[in-house]
Design a protein around this ligand. Structure first.
Ligand SMILES: [Zn+2]
Ligand SMILES: [Zn+2]
Length: 143
């Protein structure tokens, strides 16, 4: 038996033979059952406006799992106006990724700023450590 494929289930921690999921067959079945529950619930026209909390209450499926379904695209939140999960930064209702658009824009700007200040810091470090660089060039030139 190939012991490399024995893994601990990411959900229940039990050792299992990995085929193509990071959780065991029992947990896989459980998730599929939960998905069916949610799917059936959302198929009902009257439930189209349900929020995440309402779906959770009606199906007993954890919010974490519901968010996974949405994030994985198994549940297309775009079809359900009130279904979504909070943005990681500001808490606004979103339906994909982990940040809302405005937070993502700000985040991207922040990253740029950090990158620029890191480049600046880099160039300052280089200036303050001239000996290392000089030594390097000496070696190069003496070849
Ligand atoms: Zn498991
Ligand atoms: Zn946000």
């Amino acid at each position: 038996m190939d012991s490399n494929r024995l893994k601990n289930c990411a959900i229940c921690g039990r050792l299992f033979l990995q085929v193509h999921t990071d959780h065991c067959l029992d947990c896989y079945k459980k998730i599929e059952d939960e998905f069916e529950l949610v799917n059936d619930f959302l198929k009902v026209e009257d439930n189209r406006l349900a929020t995440l909390a309402e779906v959770k209450k009606a199906t007993n499926v954890s919010a974490k799992r519901l968010i996974e379904f949405i994030r994985d695209g198994r549940i297309f939140a775009g079809d359900f106006p009130n279904l979504g999960y909070p943005c990681n930064r500001c808490g606004k209702l979103i339906k994909r990724q982990v940040l809302c658009n405005s937070c993502f824009d700000e985040f991207a700007t922040d990253v740029n700023r950090v990158l620029k200040s890191e480049q600046l810091a880099d160039s300052m470090v280089k200036k303050s450590e001239p000996h290392k660089n000089r030594g390097y060039w000496h070696i190069k030139k003496s070849k």
